[in-house]
Design a protein around this ligand. Structure first.
Ligand code: UDP
Length: 352
């Protein structure tokens, strides 16, 4: 029920959107599909800050137009509400001759959200990527696919290097996303091999920070919101499963340097923070940081929940000179501060 409310709210049209303002000059255009989402909106901001002209495309399914509030009046920014599984709208195609870069971040990424409409998730990965690759082909733009650590499934190899082929279930509830992203990678690499597009592939590991939706359903946003509202902290399983969390500004820097790189080629590159911890450890840190009175409540582990996850980022370090900079304590305290304000503004008054 909470998810439905959230999806309806997220999809509510925002006044005065959709006014491309890019007709008056010939500057190169960067397309960001999924640009109203958590990582996408930070990426759009960073691209504007470095002088790029940004056309953001989003269906607002799990993202929020309010993520773009600070950008909407920027003279080099435009937003088009569109779903990448459909034919790309004229606001995009009429700029084909000016498009030099295409970032594809379009897809629900939190397990409860991508499982809510699995057919749409699969089509977003496959059809959406095809539409954007064809756009890159026609415009001669460089294309960056955001893939995922989920391509490694529940990994038998630890930490995960890019040449590990993964242990993914093609029949489980995560398959719509995992297999969708694997198919998207296959398609992007075929475009590269056939010289149809200049391709970059990022495999994004768990990322957190301001602008995650309070009802996103992922562990960092859940724990922080639960702590701030003195709600039950929901640990799935016994909390011994591990993840490695990357702060959003580090992720955005990685994506931009991957797109910028003239040498890295189309082979996938892991982007994430190798600082691995258990979910139990994460809950303890958030309890300590917020001083919450919320109690930990153990719930069943979801089906196919990976036991361990940690990126090997040697390739990103060697080829891009990229490494995450923000320590978990700093990132978590910035994220807690942002959520406290967010909950206050949306009348979900934090009790702390
Ligand atoms: N998790 C949890 N409590 C929550 C949400 C998630 O214990 O309220 C666990 C989940 O089972 C998984 C880990 O935290 O083991 C990370 O989950 P998330 O959904 O954030 O991302 P995933 O890496 O599974 O895609």
């Amino acid at each position: 029920e909470q998810l439905e409310t959230y999806l309806t709210q997220a999809a509510r049209p925002h006044p005065s959107r959709s006014k491309p303002r890019m007709d008056n000059n010939n500057a190169p255009v960067t397309v960001v599909a999924g640009g109203a989402g958590f990582i996408g909106s930070h990426l759009c901001q960073a691209l504007l800050d470095r002088g790029e002209t940004v056309l953001c495309l989003d269906n607002l399914q799990t993202s929020r137009a309010s993520n773009l509030d600070d950008l909407m009046d920027h003279p080099r920014f435009s937003f088009v509400k569109a779903d990448v599984i459909d034919k790309l709208p004229p606001e995009v195609t009429h700029l084909t001759s000016r498009i030099t870069r295409v970032y594809n971040l379009a897809c629900a990424a939190s397990p409860p959200h991508y499982q809510a409409d699995p057919e749409h998730t699969m089509l977003t990965c496959v059809l959406g990527t095809d539409h954007l690759l064809r756009l890159a082909e026609q415009s001669g733009a460089r294309f960056l696919l955001t893939s995922t650590s989920e391509v490694y499934g529940d990994p038998e190899v630890h930490p995960q290097r890019e040449d590990y082929r993964g242990a993914v279930s093609c029949t489980g509830p995560r398959a719509c996303y995992d297999e969708g992203k694997r198919a998207a990678e296959a398609m992007a690499l075929d475009f590269a091999r056939l010289d149809r597009a200049d391709v970059r592939i990022a495999r994004i590991f768990n990322t957190y920070g301001p602008r995650m939706h309070p009802d996103d359903g992922r562990v960092v946003s859940n724990f922080i919101c639960q702590a701030l509202s003195a709600d039950m902290m929901t640990v799935y399983g016994d909390g011994s499963q591990t993840r490695s969390f990357c702060y959003v500004s580090d992720m955005v820097a990685g994506l931009i340097s991957l797109m910028d790189s003239d040498t890295v080629g189309a082979e996938p590159v892991n982007l994430g923070n190798p600082n691995e911890l258990t979910v139990g450890d994460l809950v303890t840190r958030i309890v300590a940081m917020t001083g919450t009175k919320a109690r930990v409540h153990y719930q069943p582990l979801p089906v196919d929940d990976p036991r361990r996850r940690k990126p090997d980022i040697t390739r990103a370090k060697d080829l891009l000179g990229w490494t995450p900079m923000v320590a978990l304590e700093d990132g978590l305290s910035r994220t807690c501060a942002w959520f406290a304000e967010e909950l206050r503004q949306t009348d979900r008054m934090p009790l702390l």
